[in-house]
Design a protein around this ligand. Structure first.
Ligand code: ITT
Length: 210
């Protein structure tokens, strides 16, 4: 085992993951780069279930450490929609320009706290011996009045950080990773990955108790 395979087909996520885990000391590759093209049945009803489904599916195809991210936008006024269905909401092939406009339309006439929303990210890890771990993190914000910014991906142009007066699409990649749901969940997972890598090197895991 000399790499981490990240079980995603989303290039925006992958770009952020590479930056956040770039200094771990082992390569982090996408499924595509690993030559894997699994048919993942993302049919769980929670972020936790879906993250684990993705990681376990890829784990069944390789001997590497596998990580997966299941994430989404919860808009309180919409009963936490699109939530776990964030990628599929209004159809997988519908552009985010259209999805973002639809969220703005549904929230028209609301202001301030009525526009509260959060990004949620669950990271699942499956280690070569089948051990699993999960972390979850959120970033709180509001739905902006109009799309703004060119950075990030997906719902970023309408996700406003009221304290900064900026959407997450207006942050630099570094700034977003510092505070984002994904940045926080991956940093929470980091010690578990480092622990595994250390044990791999020293073989301590296989020592019998004295
Ligand atoms: P994989 O399952 O292959 O990883 P996906 O895009 O289908 O890719 P999800 O099922 O986890 O991933 O859906 C997450 C969606 O939530 C994603 O497509 C975005 O629309 C949204 N999302 C998650 N994190 C986001 C972020 O940091 N910025 C903007 N939108 C985000």
């Amino acid at each position: 085992m000399n790499r981490i395979v990240f079980a995603t087909g989303n290039e925006g996520k992958m770009r952020e993951v590479r930056e956040i885990l770039g200094d771990l000391g082992i390569p982090v590759v996408s499924m595509k780069e690993a030559g894997l093209h699994p048919d993942i049945q993302e049919n769980g009803s929670t972020f936790e279930e879906n993250a684990l489904i993705k990681a376990l599916t890829v784990h069944s195809l390789c001997q590497d450490i596998v990580l997966a991210d299941d994430s989404g936008l919860e808009v309180d006024y919409l009963g936490k929609q699109p939530g776990v269905h964030s990628a599929r909401w209004m159809g997988e092939d519908t552009s985010y320009e259209i999805k973002n406009q639809e969220i703005l339309r549904r929230l028209s006439g609301t202001s301030g706290e009525d526009r509260s929303a959060r990004f949620v990210c669950v990271i699942a890890a499956v280690f070569p011996d089948g051990t699993t771990a999960e972390t979850r993190a959120v970033i709180e914000g509001q739905i902006a009045d109009a799309p703004r910014g060119e950075g990030g991906f997906g719902y970023d142009p309408i996700f406003l950080l009221p304290d900064r007066g900026l959407t997450t699409a207006e942050l630099s990649a570094e700034e977003k990773n510092e505070i984002s749901h994904r940045g926080k969940a991956l940093r929470q997972m980091r010690p578990t990955i480092e622990g595994w890598l250390r044990e791999e090197k020293t073989g301590v895991r296989w020592k019998l108790p004295e």
